[in-house]
Write a protein that binds this ligand. Structure first.
Ligand code: NAP
Ligand code: ZN
Ligand code: ZN
Length: 350
């Protein structure tokens, strides 16, 4: 057993505050790590405030984790003490259903075990995430971090990176394709960087005019203010694919109108309140599709990390101390993040 220091929300109304608890004793295939950095995902905020109405308190959030291996169970073959590793949104799944055997553990037919607010398949305990000093995870759900990438900038790849990489690959982002990314936050800025590296023509949609220059620096060829109907109309019927990362309820029709025949808009944003249903005619007249996508599988997450290693891609981050987390949430709610908060867990050990 090892004592872990962490920040937790004790209920949906309380700010995050310090707690301590014991991580489980190592099982045969377990990897124990010291958490170095943990990204702050908008999903953390949704769950701390119980906006998806399924939180089990206390919640220790955090699923964009980079750590250093400090011990391994007797059967571990893939990692050794000292390795730099990553953990994303999942720590287990059934491993035998059709989705799991296809490497799509996020769609596990019995439900994957989330890194926090999940239920451990063996002990029944509620999982506690990466806003903490140590973590214990089965090696099958641990990722290898490419050499040469900044560890703090890698952390957000474990959720924001894979959640945008997977649908961009699934819907064929690449040369000759016009790809839109809606929302320039944690997910959106990774979507811009990844779609650009894949060779697509990238258009960023934002509600924040102050982000135009940044969007171009991050790799967008064009930037559209999505609340400006004239700017939107100039792109009517032209997109092959739009990835919608917006974290709040909004009208989907203005975006669907921008898809060409057979184009797809995929939702990854998961707001507290559903979007109103889009107009059916907007879909049927151009055989357009509206889709969704959930993070990505373990093999694809490793593929994404290796892709980022090859292209030198990391997240643009603001490094914070854990004591600043509640303030960071308030800024995230105002779309004021450039472009991902990452917690330096050294601040927990002081
Ligand atoms: P984030 O950093 O807060 O970024 C969200 C962006 O959405 C904001 O920066 C803003 O961009 C835009 N936005 C926010 N409120 C808006 C509003 N009222 N109207 C229009 N645009 C608004 O959040 P994130 O961490 O990227 O997460 C985005 C969403 O994806 C969250 O709902 C999160 O839970 C979800 N998520 C889903 C998955 C999945 O597997 N599907 C995985 C991770 C996260 P602009 O300022 O550019 O407009
Ligand atoms: Zn996330
Ligand atoms: Zn399964």
């Amino acid at each position: 057993m090892n004592t872990t220091y962490a920040y937790a929300a004790k209920d949906a109304q309380s700010p995050l505050a310090p707690v301590q608890f014991e991580r489980r004793a190592l099982r045969d295939h377990d990897v124990q790590m010291e958490v170095l950095f943990c990204g702050v995902c908008h999903s953390d905020l949704h769950q701390v405030r119980d906006e998806w109405r399924n939180s089990i308190f206390p919640v220790v959030p955090g699923h964009e984790i980079v750590g250093k291996v400090t011990a391994v169970g007797p059967q571990v073959t893939r990692y050794k003490v000292g390795d730099r590793v990553g953990v994303g949104c999942m720590v287990d799944s059934c491993r035998t259903c059709p989705s799991c055997t296809e490497g799509l553990e996020q769609y596990c037919e019995t439900g994957f075990v989330a890194t926090y607010n999940g239920v451990d398949r063996e002990s029944g305990e509620i999982t506690l995430g990466g806003y903490s000093s140590t973590l214990v995870v089965d090696e099958s759900f641990v990722l290898r971090v490419p050499e040469g990438l900044d560890a703090a900038g890698v952390a957000p790849l474990l959720c924001a990176g894979i959640t945008t990489y997977s649908p961009l690959r699934q819907w064929g982002a690449g040369p000759g394709k016009k790809v839109g990314i809606a929302g320039l936050g944690g997910l959106g800025h990774m979507g811009v960087k990844l779609a650009r590296a894949m060779g697509a023509h990238v258009v960023l949609f934002t509600t924040s005019p102050s982000k135009i220059d940044d969007a171009k620096r991050l790799g967008a060829h064009e930037v559209v203010i999505s609340r400006n109907p004239d700017e939107m109309a100039a792109h009517a019927n032209s997109f092959d694919f739009i990835l919608n990362t917006v974290a709040a309820q909004h009208d989907l029709n203005p975006f669907l109108n921008l898809l060409r025949r057979d184009g797809t808009m995929t939702l990854v944003g998961a707001p507290e309140h559903d979007h109103p249903s889009p107009q059916v005619f907007n879909l049927i007249f151009k055989r357009r599709r509206l889709a969704g996508s959930l993070i990505g599988g373990i093999a694809e997450t490793q593929e994404m990390l290796d892709f980022c290693g090859k292209h030198g891609i990391t997240s643009d981050i603001e490094l914070i101390q854990i004591q600043e987390i509640n303030e960071a949430y308030e800024r995230m709610l105002k779309s004021d993040v450039k472009y991902r908060f990452v917690i330096d867990l050294a601040s927990l050990r002081q």
